[in-house]
Ligand binder design. Structure first.
Ligand SMILES: [Fe+2]
Length: 223
């Protein structure tokens, strides 16, 4: 494509009239767009096997003692080469009332360390903590390693989980946890909730196995 054609097709040509200092590389191409809301709804039905009328508000859990504000924005909780099984979690943030995805919803995520079974200090050390923003169709994706069970006290086990806070405009903020079906200790974790457990699907890439999970979040509108 000639550069002039490219400018005309993308609309950048007009933008450049008033921005002569902006130089577009001649081989540049528009970033592929994300799904729009209608496409997102179609995918929801295909993935979940359910209709949007089946959406229920995501069950809340206590925030617990380990949340720390100010985590960096990134789409990966763990440092590079963290031991453990790589887990890629994707999903969408939905409105219970409108049955539409919530554009630009924000997630704040934190999980236990797989070696020490501790949460990071969140004071200069934000290991295993992340904030991220969903796209214009409410979609998010992040990478981590499959969390481990831990015992916060005698006779008290926590099944593997990832804490999160979900925030979106005109909706109630939700604090909850993601669990994964089939994990250990779910039967003795009194904070476990079956509706928060999603299946793991194993995939492989470059000769190595990793896990994927889809966790959709449904928020209620502010009254
Ligand atoms: Fe926890």
């Amino acid at each position: 494509m000639k550069r002039r054609d490219f400018l005309q097709q993308t609309g950048f040509g007009l933008a450049m009239v008033g921005a002569s200092s902006f130089i577009l590389r001649s081989d540049a191409r528009p970033t592929p767009r994300s799904l729009d809301a209608a496409e997102a709804e179609t995918i929801f039905s295909e993935v979940s096997g359910a209709g949007l009328d089946d959406l229920k508000p995501t069950v809340a859990r206590d925030i617990g003692p380990f949340y720390r504000s100010g985590a960096p924005y990134r789409a990966k909780l763990t440092p590079p080469f963290e031991p453990g099984t790589v887990l890629v979690v994707s999903g969408r943030v939905w409105s219970f009332e409108t049955k539409k995805p919530l554009p630009n919803a924000a997630l704040d995520l934190w999980q236990v360390d797989n070696q020490t079974a501790d949460y990071s200090a969140g004071n200069g050390d934000f290991k295993n903590r992340t904030r991220l923003t969903a796209d214009e169709s409410g979609a998010f994706e992040f990478e981590t390693v499959h969390p481990i069970p831990y015992a916060p006290g005698p006779n008290f086990w926590r099944a593997p989980h990832i804490h999160f806070i979900a925030t979106a405009a005109k909706h109630k903020q939700l604090v909850s946890e993601m669990f994964f079906k089939g994990d250990a200790k779910q039967d003795v974790d009194r904070l476990f909730h079956a509706s928060l457990a999603v299946p793991i699907v194993k995939k492989s890439i470059n000769g190595k196995e990793y896990e994927t999970a889809v966790f959709d979040i449904v928020l209620e509108a502010e009254k």
